[in-house]
Design a binder for this molecule. Sequence first.
Ligand SMILES: Cc1ncc(COP(=O)(O)O)c(C=O)c1O
Length: 380
Amino acid sequence: MLRNKLPGKGTTIFSVMSKMAQDQGAINLSQGFPDFDGPEALRERVTYHMSNGHNQYAPLTGVPELREQIALKVLDLYGCNIDPDTEVAVTPGATEAIFCAITTVVHPGDEVLVFDPAYDTYEPNVTLNGGVTRHIALRYPDFSIDWQQVRDSITERTRLIILNTPQNPTGTLWGEEDIRQLREIIAERDIYLLSDEVYEHIYFDGKQHLSLLRYPDLAAKTFVISSFGKTYHTTGWRIGYAIAPRPLMDEFLRIQQFINFSTNAPMQYAIADFLRDCPQHHYELGSFYQAKRDLFCQLMAKSRFKLIPSSGTYFQLADYSAISDEPDTEFAARLTREHKVAAIPVSVFYKQAPDQRIVRFCFAKHDDTLREATGRLVGL
Ligand SMILES: Cc1ncc(COP(=O)(O)O)c(C=O)c1O
């Protein structure tokens, strides 16, 4: 008999809702991807490199040109000096970087802290490595961290803390006080950090993104993970990266070489060119998405959804308790079937979902898509 390694885990909610949206002919504001293409200049560089001999295996760590550009970017943005030859690895999406980072540090019986609502790959990745997740629910309605609860959850077996800023699905950002608390908690403890920063360029209202790369003492224990899919509107290209100090990266690469060995070559060359030639794309990404958030919120203002402020990512949470008291999975399914707009029920991001009525909308869409979708939602 085949024994299930992930008991209780079915198909991810993103696949479920995207399929439902397609079957029902609904506008898909569920899964997190844009309905527009990445920059033309970037796509042209892919064609160029495909036509100029860059079609064979890339090195395990990624093409040197791209690693160099990543190093320059984190120096520019976070004042962090990394060695592009030994402290960065390009991966097939952030998803694989997360898996490799977790696999690098988690051994059977180890405990890993995650903040719920949490992105859905963390827990299964820990489980596959024989670890156990401890879940800390962010406080409603501002989704702040209860640091006392974090302290109380640390044990001798705690090996890793996974954080995500800007955070999917809540749109919250870590602040200096969170950094201070984290620093105190891990000081003199054998605990590593995984900082999922795939939305590092998408934050709003003049706020700041506090990458852990800004803090040398924390960066010394951290895998920082990012995704070019999110930055360049190219989630289908599957290119991300991890940054970690050498001893961590050496172990990471020992694992990564046996999973995918290397990442799509022509796109790496193209992204390297684009990072070098068009840094304004990532400088301006926050204001690009802030305009979309503002449009979405303004259009939804007439609805009975209560919007929970989003400071980053391309997601907007909405409380629908004035419309229905159905559980969120049922509400999201009915919204898709009857009103032809798909959203993600937020309870799926929790180990133990609180009694909330919240769905997540993705606003990485053409303005016309947002107008059409919100037109269907305001009547509810
Ligand atoms: C928080 C978070 N981490 C990681 C990922 C995965 O990124 P990628 O598409 O590069 O694998 C996503 C994608 O939605 C995400 O939201």
